[in-house]
Design a protein around this ligand. Structure first.
Ligand SMILES: NC(=O)c1ccc[n+]([C@@H]2O[C@H](COP(=O)([O-])OP(=O)(O)OC[C@H]3O[C@@H](n4cnc5c(N)ncnc54)[C@H](OP(=O)(O)O)[C@@H]3O)[C@@H](O)[C@H]2O)c1
Length: 310
């Protein structure tokens, strides 16, 4: 069965998702595409219509509110807002008008989890957010589909590449400025890296994980967190660590790892996590590089698995 989507955001992730959808001839109908500059809508937008839009989005001014259109899923690949209020408002409008949500943008969920979840339940809708915590590295789909017989008791992960990359480059002798430029050159750093380097991005991910996997109801304002440090040691990394024993514990900060910790053997652009379970051995999932193509793949996987959870 074909699923219809409205795509919001045509940056690194959005463009790669659209490429994947067109290249693979998938049962996905694009009912709308928007960015900050414009919007195209249609029954099923073609590649040539999309190319015309992208070559000059200004000549396609926004005419319709997406909540007034007909489609199954609103896909949020917009820039993350600082407070998440913009995202929350969009999502509530989508649920109230009968749409479901897939997001790569973590700001709404990290700041307004409770409100978004309540509205989703009240309106009998669904949210998938595979790309929000580990980009293209499979995480929620693994826990949901492969580990659903076990309860997760522990998570530790490298969920922010930029901060760890910059710290590593500085240990190798680069200045802070050079390390940041290198991160941009390698495609893992955004022009404005402040959210990454201050630890806000990692903390947002810690909130989403705590809520989605460990049944908490946190928001970013509940988190104390740390960011990158300029004089890090060989075995220090910015990590998210979550433990559920008798008490729930969450941390997003610089951690000093034991010398033989598997994360220390990973490359400078690798992403990875350890997940521990009650009554089952620990799982480690990693990849050498994570960028917008990988993230777009995670969004696409959410779109394609949507039918099975509808
Ligand atoms: N890049 C990654 O590998 C990665 C990994 C995991 C998660 N994410 C998340 O995925 C999202 C997209 O990332 P990206 O790298 O693709 O960002 P990006 O290249 O900066 O693109 C952002 C897109 O959002 C659009 N946009 C911003 N505000 C909008 C609004 N109010 N209405 C409609 N469109 C709006 C921008 O429009 P204009 O083109 O008109 O400026 C642009 O097309 C972000 O939230 C990011 O944190 C990214």
């Amino acid at each position: 069965m074909t699923v219809s989507v409205y795509l919001s955001g045509t940056g690194n992730v959005g463009r790669n998702l659209i490429k994947l959808i067109f290249n693979k001839n998938l049962p996905v109908r694009i009912a709308g595409i928007e960015n900050r500059k414009g919007q195209i809508i249609g029954d099923s937008i073609s590649l040539s219509q999309y190319n015309a839009f992208m070559s000059n989005p200004h000549v396609f001014p926004k005419k319709e509110n997406p909540e007034d259109l007909k489609f199954d899923i609103f896909v949020d690949m917009r820039t993350a807002s600082k407070t998440g209020a913009l995202e929350k408002d969009t999502y509530l409008k989508m649920f109230e008008s009968g749409k479901n949500l897939i997001t790569a943008n973590k700001s709404g969920l990290a700041n307004y989890w409770k409100e978004i979840n309540s509205s989703m339940i009240e309106n009998n809708r669904k949210i998938l957010f595979e790309a929000t915590v580990a980009g293209g590295l499979p995480l929620f789909s693994v826990l949901r589909n492969s580990m659903n017989g076990f309860q997760c008791s522990y998570f530790q992960g490298i969920v922010n590449l930029t901060a760890n990359f910059v710290m590593r480059m500085m240990r190798e002798g680069h200045t802070y400025e050079d390390a940041c430029s290198l991160a941009i050159k390698e495609g893992i750093g955004e022009t404005d890296m402040s959210d990454d380097l201050l630890g806000i991005d990692s903390a947002r991910k810690a909130v989403i994980l705590s809520n989605a996997v460990f049944g908490q109801s946190l928001s970013l304002s509940d988190m104390k967190f740390g960011g990158m440090i300029r004089n890090s040691k060989e075995n220090q990394m910015l990590l998210v660590t979550i433990r559920q024993n008798e008490e729930f514990y969450v941390q997003s900060d610089i951690v000093t790892l034991e010398k033989d910790h598997p994360f220390l053997k990973m490359g400078p652009m690798a992403m990875g996590y350890l997940a521990g379970f009650y009554n089952r051995s620990t799982l480690m999932v990693s990849e050498d590089y994570d960028g917008p193509v990988e993230t777009a793949g995670a969004v696409l996987s959410d779109i394609l698995s949507f039918e099975s959870i509808r």
